[in-house]
Structure formats: structure tokens, C-alpha cells
Design a protein around this ligand. Structure first.
Ligand code: SF4
Length: 62
């Protein structure tokens, strides 16, 4: 599974980090960091994160 976040769209509010905290985090500067190749076991949470992103910035491939 590959995760791509369009950082031009992302507004760093962190809904994804609540849905899938092992994959998405808001860093100390207040910006999104994420694991672009999370374990398959994270799929359910990553898809939830993509669903809750208010600007639909999260793309899940594979
Ligand atoms: S939920 Fe979407 S807009 Fe918010 S931090 Fe995550 S990727 Fe960015």
C-alpha cells in the first residue's frame, strides 16, 4: 500500500492523525508528516483517514 498526501491541499488540521495516528502525525511545527508505505495491517485506518480528510488530500494506492 502506498499513501500520497497532496500537501498543496493539506491544511494540517490533523483529522487523519486522529483516524490513523500510527501513519499520520502533526509535527512540532504543526505540519503533517506521514508514512508513505504503511504496513498492510494499517489499511482500515488509512482508508478511514482518507475518508475524514476535509479536503480529500489523501490518496491510497495499491
Ligand atoms: S486530514 Fe487532510 S487536510 Fe487534515 S492534516 Fe490530514 S491530510 Fe491534511
Amino acid at each position: 500500500m502506498k499513501v500520497i498526501v497532496d500537501l498543496a491541499l493539506c491544511q494540517d488540521h490533523g483529522q487523519c492523525a486522529i483516524a490513523a495516528p500510527e501513519v499520520f502525525q502533526i509535527n512540532d511545527e504543526g505540519h503533517l508528516e506521514y508514512d508513505a508505505t504503511p504496513d498492510e495491517a494499517m489499511r482500515e485506518y488509512v482508508e478511514e483517514a482518507a475518508d475524514v480528510c476535509p479536503v480529500q488530500a489523501i490518496l491510497v494506492e495499491g
